[in-house]
Each structure stands twice: as structure tokens, then as C-alpha cells.
Design a protein around this ligand. Structure first.
Ligand code: HEC
Length: 217
């Protein structure tokens, strides 16, 4: 019999907790389970919130401007080749930066980023036949086709710059906020791999077993 009371109590508490005070707007703050006087310094630490004021500084602002002529640590983008795809004279580079090792690992990274960020438009083969083509994304199979002479002859620096700043007409938006410089170079390397693969012939297959599978004499 006692269980009936317990179950009723439980169901009542459950109903109140789920449905009880729905839609009621409270104006006072909720009950403090660990009040400051009993547990000092645990929850409310002295700090400045962004864009708040402070009487400590003469201008009354808590936020401080960075000192003049300084750059945040790790943000010094001095290497023109690595960060802008240009050489010392300001011309587009035709090579990869010294800091980037062009190897299998870079290509795998490039494939990974390309699949995420570029394939929807440019297609898995880089011919511009991505899914967005069917939804009206224009100029993909012309200006956005990597297998045209124009894009085959495009310098590494220009490819890098297109990823950084978008296409000249801005139909393609910049990807600098999604790909850091090293990743952009990885994608450039992968575009080169796609272009090379597109021009592949039977003579490129050197592995004997693979030749047999493909039926190459
Ligand atoms: C939303 C669709 C879309 C995505 C995503 C996209 N592109 Fe493009 N891209 C285009 C279009 C459209 C063009 C043709 C540009 C034009 O007509 O101005 C283009 C052009 C290009 C060109 C040629 C630029 C030129 O100067 O002619 C390159 C190189 C390129 N894209 C690389 C990339 C890379 C690398 C990525 C991934 C990081 C990427 N694109 C992601 C739509 C896209």
C-alpha cells in the first residue's frame, strides 16, 4: 500500500517538473545552490568582460589596443611565397614554398580538403562537373574546368591566390577562412595531380599486375 503513495508522489513530481511552470517568466535570478558567502571565489571571479568599461585606464575602456607597430605572436606573415604566392619581385610563383614538402602526405591532405571544400562545384575529377552544376552554378565547366590550357598553365601562385581570395569575378568566393596557408598549398598540389592524371596514358601504368588487370598489352 505504501508504494501507491510513493508512486503517486513520484508521478506528481515528474508531472510538475515537466509541465509545471511552463511559460512562466521569472524576473529574479534562480536560487544559488553554492552561495558566494559559503564558497568564496569559486564562481564569481573578478574579470573584465569584452568591451566593458574600467576605471583603471584613463580612457575608461577595459579592452586595450595593441601597441603600435606590433604583430600578434604567430601572426607574422612575412614570407610572400608561402602566404601570398608571390616572389620577391611581386610575380606569381611557379613553385611550392620551401616550407612545404611536396610528398604523398601533402597530396593526401590536399585530396581530403579538396573533397570537402571544392568537389561540390569542381567535381571529383576537377572538370567542373560538381553537383552544384545541376543547380545553376554557372561557368564551372568553362572557367572552373582545371583541364583547360588556361588553368593547366596557371602558376602555382595564381592557384594559391584563387583559393585565398576567390576567382577574379568573385563567382567563386575566398576560402582563406576555411583553409590555412599550408592546406591551400596541399590543395594546389592536388589540383596538379588531377591535371596530370587527366592526361595520363597507358604508358603511365608501370605496375605489371595493374597492367594485367587493366588489359594493357
Ligand atoms: C561554390 C562553388 C565553388 C567552390 C566550392 C569552389 N569553386 Fe573554384 N570556381 C567556381 C566557379 C564558378 C569558378 C569559375 C569562376 C569564374 O567564372 O569567375 C571557379 C574557378 C576556379 C579556379 C579558376 C580561377 C580563375 O582565375 O579562372 C580555380 C583555380 C578554382 N576555382 C579552384 C578552387 C578550389 C581549389 C576550391 C576549393 C578550395 C574551389 N575552387 C571551390 C566555383 C567554386
Amino acid at each position: 500500500m505504501r508504494h501507491v503513495y510513493l508512486v503517486t508522489l513520484f508521478v506528481a513530481a515528474l508531472l510538475v517538473s515537466i509541465l509545471g511552470l511552463r511559460g512562466v517568466a521569472f524576473t529574479s535570478p534562480p536560487l544559488d545552490v553554492f552561495p558566494e558567502w559559503a564558497f568564496p571565489g569559486m564562481k564569481y571571479q573578478p574579470k573584465f568582460r569584452p568591451q566593458s568599461s574600467s576605471e583603471f585606464f584613463a580612457d575608461g575602456r577595459a579592452d586595450r589596443m595593441p601597441p603600435a607597430n606590433t604583430v600578434m605572436r604567430g601572426m607574422l606573415a612575412e614570407d610572400d611565397h608561402l602566404f601570398r604566392g608571390k616572389d620577391a619581385a611581386g610575380a606569381w610563383v611557379k613553385t611550392f614554398p620551401a616550407a612545404i614538402a611536396v610528398d604523398r602526405q601533402l597530396l593526401e591532405r590536399g585530396r581530403d580538403r579538396y573533397t570537402i571544400y571544392c568537389q561540390v562545384c569542381h567535381g571529383a575529377a576537377g572538370d567542373g562537373n560538381g553537383i552544384t552544376l545541376r543547380y545553376g552554378m554557372g561557368s564551372l565547366t568553362t572557367n572552373g574546368n582545371y583541364h583547360t590550357d588556361r588553368l593547366r598553365n596557371m602558376t602555382e601562385g595564381e592557384l594559391f591566390n584563387t583559393i585565398t581570395n576567390g576567382s577574379v569575378s568573385k563567382v567563386m568566393l575566398p576560402y582563406a577562412d576555411k583553409l590555412e596557408p599550408a592546406d591551400r598549398w596541399a590543395v594546389v598540389a592536388y589540383i596538379r595531380a588531377l591535371q596530370r592524371a587527366h592526361q595520363g596514358t597507358a604508358a603511365d601504368v608501370t605496375d605489371a599486375a595493374a597492367r594485367q588487370t587493366l588489359g594493357i598489352q
